[in-house]
Unconditional design. Structure first.
Length: 273
């Protein structure tokens, strides 16, 4: 499949006028002549302006953690839920707030699918496009997803904000949203070290769950939790990649005693009301 064929298969819409974008090997264009260049890595920036900047080092640390397999059990459970609830022979998956693309890039590898992933960060999208050739990566706005209504079988939202009005717009009638949120023990070893700097109580997921239930019809709620050993380098990568410690001086943390890391995630599955 050529790059243009892959982009056309994603059925992207122009963020300016909402018309269908069609690709050649250099750019995407709509009937109103709005044009968006295809980057050398294969992604397209459909976000007016520069978008948000996040340090590239953040995403490189995320990639290091993912490459060491710490989130593989979570990924496996996500795949089971997608196949169970999307119920489509050719699943159209949208990874909203995809970061460097780990989930979109590793899900549905043995199934016929169309995978689209977007983030507000050009740096993250660029990393994803460099590695995962079977995913269409775009820089885009959560509040204006450049996909047609009723075109997606599953929206995946992992540790990122959600816009349920947009999610339900792009979902097919029987499509689903899978939202991953931290469980109470998520990265508890790091949060314990950072507690004095954070000066906050434990993470509370109740409001996020209530907000989900207000906008979606919950059909399943899973929890995936496990603890794995880490090396000092892996512990540092975890500390540098998690938004939970974004207000913490990570260099000041003594990570020498961290020998294991707990992954604790709740998976909320919902459909249109």
């Amino acid at each position: 499949m050529t790059r243009a064929e892959k982009l056309n298969g994603a059925r992207l819409l122009c963020p300016v006028c909402g018309k269908r974008l069609l690709a050649d090997e250099q750019a995407l264009r709509c009937v109103q002549s709005h044009t968006f260049d295809i980057a050398r890595q294969g992604y397209v920036n459909l976000l007016p302006g520069k978008g948000a900047f996040y340090p590239l080092e953040l995403f490189r640390n995320r990639r290091e953690v993912f490459d060491h397999g710490f989130y593989a059990p979570l990924l496996e459970r996500m795949e089971e839920l997608i196949v169970k609830h999307a119920k489509s022979e050719k699943i159209v998956l949208l990874d909203a707030g995809c970061g460097e693309g780990y989930y979109a890039g590793n899900l549905l590898k043995n199934r016929e699918s169309v995978k689209v992933a977007f983030d507000i960060s050009r740096e993250a999208v660029q990393l994803g496009a460099q590695r995962y050739e079977d995913v269409t990566f775009i820089v885009a706005d959560l509040k204006r997803i450049p996909l047609p209504s009723h075109s997606v079988d599953c929206v995946l939202d992992v540790l990122t904000p959600a816009d349920y009005s947009e999610f339900t717009r792009v979902l097919k009638k029987n499509g689903c949203v899978i939202k991953a949120i931290p469980g109470e023990s998520y990265l508890k070893e790091l949060r314990a070290l950072a507690q004095e700097q954070l000066r906050s109580g434990p993470y509370e997921s109740g409001r996020v769950k209530d907000y989900f239930a207000e906008h979606m019809r919950p059909v399943q709620h899973d929890r995936v939790t496990y603890t794995l050993p880490v090396t000092p380098d892996e512990a540092r990568a975890f500390a540098r990649m998690t938004p939970m410690l974004q207000r913490v001086d990570v260099k000041a943390l003594d990570l020498s005693g961290v020998r294991e890391i707990t992954i604790d995630m709740e998976l909320l599955v919902g459909k249109k009301k």
